[in-house]
Design a protein around this ligand. Structure first.
Ligand SMILES: Nc1ncnc2c1ncn2[C@@H]1O[C@H](COP(=O)(O)OP(=O)(O)O)[C@@H](O)[C@H]1O
Ligand SMILES: [Mg+2]
Length: 301
């Protein structure tokens, strides 16, 4: 269990550019689905990119915290004084190791790498990074940790502490079945002609394999036909229902919210959350657009 907390987050385009985020407050707990909506240009993607540590933005105020509620994290014990982290102080891969999933990273120029190899590498990188994060303060004791995975070396090419090829195949098959994905997908090469919809499905698959506590998904519904939208939605619901992930679902359209029912809806306007509510709020937006939110927000300001 974990909680992601944005406190009064301010950000601008790096090197003295435009101010974009103007005090964003938001909390997402494991097991909850939050929709972040708002008109184009309101700062939704910037919020996601700042959480991810994108170098194009400079944070000028506030914080992004992750609180780890459990004493144990996939078998790694978490000392009391290491339960809360400010993501803004960490590298993107460290953020991932703490259980925050920030969208699919396409390694654009890698030739000849299959999905299955890429995803195994991503999982092993996360496990290794996490071990390093929690090791620092342990005073040098190097106890064997039970990560829940069979990490004994096998097949010659697997280092100690890594998930091996055979075990990973099993993990991946199980996840793909859960997501209703074609088994052939795993053997496809990265970037070998994935359609827009397949890329989005890959994003959900990557999240399913990394088992984040909190997943931030930016416009994962854009450009999908209805079948693919349903598949992707099934995957997002499984992240929450089967794995207990918290989801921050950023979307411009109400459509996906018919399939991924949010517990909370937040509307962003001009770089801050102007209004929060339940699923009804998204339905009202569909009928009435954003104008009334703007009027309300500036009336009370
Ligand atoms: N790297 C950038 N350089 C310049 N302006 C940017 C950059 N990123 C975002 N912006 C501006 O910040 C505002 C918010 O953008 P964005 O976060 O992408 O909005 P949304 O995702 O809600 O549509 C827009 O006016 C956009 O043009
Ligand atoms: Mg956007």
């Amino acid at each position: 269990m974990a909680r992601l907390e944005l406190n009064d987050l301010h950000a601008e385009v790096a090197e003295g550019g435009e101010k974009i985020l103007d005090g964003v407050d938001l909390e997402v707990q494991s097991g909850e689905i939050h929709a972040l909506m708002g008109p184009n240009g309101s700062g939704k993607s910037t919020t996601a990119k700042v959480i991810a540590g994108h170098p194009a933005y400079e944070v000028t105020g506030g914080e992004v915290l992750i609180h780890l509620d459990a004493e144990e994290f996939d078998g790694v014990e978490i000392p009391d004084d290491m339960r809360t982290w400010n993501l803004l102080d960490l590298e993107p891969n460290e953020r991932a190791a703490l259980g925050v999933f920030l969208g699919f990273q396409y390694p654009a120029e890698i030739e000849g790498v299959t999905m299955v190899n890429f995803l195994r590498t991503a999982l092993n990188a996360k496990l290794e990074e996490r071990e390093e994060l929690f090791e620092e303060d342990e005073g040098g004791e190097d106890e064997e940790e039970d990560t829940g995975y069979d990490t004994s070396p096998m097949e010659g090419d697997v280092d100690e502490g890594e998930v091996g090829v055979a075990e990973f195949q099993e993990i991946m098959s199980a996840k793909m079945e859960q997501l209703d994905m074609d088994a052939e997908f795993a053997q496809r090469y990265l970037n070998a002609g994935f359609s827009g919809g397949e890329k989005k499905q890959n994003e959900v698959l990557q999240a399913a394999i990394l088992e984040p506590s909190i997943a931030v998904l930016d416009e994962i519904d854009s450009g999908l036909d209805i079948d693919r939208l349903q598949d992707v939605s099934t995957g997002i619901n499984a992240l929450r229902d089967e794995q207990g992930a918290g989801i921050l679902q950023i979307t411009h359209y109400q459509r996906i919210l018919d399939y991924v029912e949010p517990d909370h809806v937040h509307i962003m306007l001009d770089g801050k959350i102007a209004k929060s509510g339940g699923p009804d709020l998204a339905r009202r937006l569909e009928d009435e657009g954003y104008d009334w939110v703007r009027e309300e927000a500036y009336e009370t300001a």
